[in-house]
Design a protein around this ligand. Structure first.
Ligand code: SF4
Ligand code: SF4
Ligand code: SF4
Length: 318
């Protein structure tokens, strides 16, 4: 059958391509089936070279200088849809926004806090375990980066990430997965710190070795009893530990950081997949699961697209 002979919209054509590509490739390359729980310890230990960011919400002024710095370092356009083309105004992480400052506000109690969101660079990243094609990789220093040549756009990484970080470029014929990569290629490789930490005028977000930043965060907690929420550091243990660490004076959940246990999600995932592959014939099941995920994501995208058009009055570009 010649697919090109059938009249179809760009959206339909892309849908066929990723559905077909996803199913075939998942049969050929069932990578998660090959990972064992032993490769993903429940409580991973950070390697000695692991770098990190420490974000202290109590020092952040919400100036947002880190946002255009991130866009510039990563060659990303501004997101001006909601501002009618005037200024950068993203409402969350998206395909043009790898780093965002959000405001939590409780009008009743007047409690408020800023929060910086970007990839957490998990010690054992669920996106890496979840990607069937190895297109997300944990690099040296601990940066989690994405490789376009291996990605088929299944969006499995989006489903796997507990922090809802990876974003799919819906308005491109050659879509990428967009997420903070710790400025690995742009700056870390050149021995430069990430753009967001380099530009922050208050030191609310700083860069360094993970061990050293954990010590520094603990010193801040000890020096100001009662100041920080639960006197603890978010990211020290969550989901097996992350390389972005948070201090806050309001609840971590209120500022949008999910409540997660100390066990690595990769560990859970490989425990489940290794059992499934042992008993149920992995490649066939994997193809089915991926087909389901792809279809579900497309349906979700249709809803997002309609909602976007209703909210902004702008037609979707696909
Ligand atoms: S540049 Fe620093 S102070 Fe300004 S919003 Fe970003 S983290 Fe907060
Ligand atoms: S926060 Fe999400 S995208 Fe980033 S490393 Fe962790 S699982 Fe991957
Ligand atoms: S490390 Fe780089 S890509 Fe990540 S949020 Fe900071 S500036 Fe953006």
């Amino acid at each position: 059958m010649n697919l090109m002979a059938i009249p179809m919209s760009r959206r339909q054509a892309f849908k066929v391509m990723i559905g077909f590509g996803g199913t075939v490739a998942s049969v050929v390359l069932p990578k998660p089936a090959l990972a064992s729980p032993e490769e993903h310890p429940a409580h991973p230990v950070a390697p000695p070279d692991a770098v990190a960011m420490l974000y202290d919400s109590t020092i952040c002024t919400g100036c947002k200088a880190c946002m255009p710095a991130c866009n510039e370092a990563n060659g990303l356009p501004t997101d001006t849809v909601l501002s009618g083309g005037i200024w950068d105004m993203p409402t969350g992480l998206n395909a043009k926004t790898k780093n965002i400052i959000e405001l939590y506000q409780d009008p009743q109690s007047n409690e408020f806090a800023f929060v910086k969101k970007q990839c957490m660079h998990c010690l054992d990243p669920a996106c890496v375990t979840g990607c069937p094609f190895g297109s997300l990789v944990k690099r040296d220093l601990g940066a989690v980066t994405w490789n376009s040549s291996l990605c088929i756009g299944c969006r499995y990484c989006e489903v796997a990430c507990p922090f809802e970080v990876p974003q799919f470029q819906w308005d491109s014929w050659n879509p990428k997965i967009v997420k903070c990569e710790f400025c690995y290629d742009q700056r870390l490789k050149e021995n430069l710190e990430p753009a967001c930490t380099a530009v922050c005028p208050t030191g609310a977000v700083i860069f360094g070795k993970r061990d050293a930043l954990l010590h520094q965060a603990k010193d801040r907690i000890a020096a100001a009893p009662g100041k920080y929420f639960e006197s603890r550091i978010y990211g020290e243990h969550e989901a097996g530990g992350t390389q972005v660490l948070y201090l806050s004076n309001v609840s971590f959940q209120k500022i949008g950081l999910p409540k997660l246990g100390p066990t690595s999600i990769g560990h859970y995932a490989t425990k489940v997949t290794s059992k499934i592959y042992k008993w149920l014939g992995g490649p066939i099941l994997m193809a089915g699961v991926l087909g389901f995920v792809i279809r579900r994501n497309w349906n979700r995208h249709e809803l997002e697209r309609l909602e976007h058009e209703k909210k902004t009055g702008y037609p979707d570009q696909l």
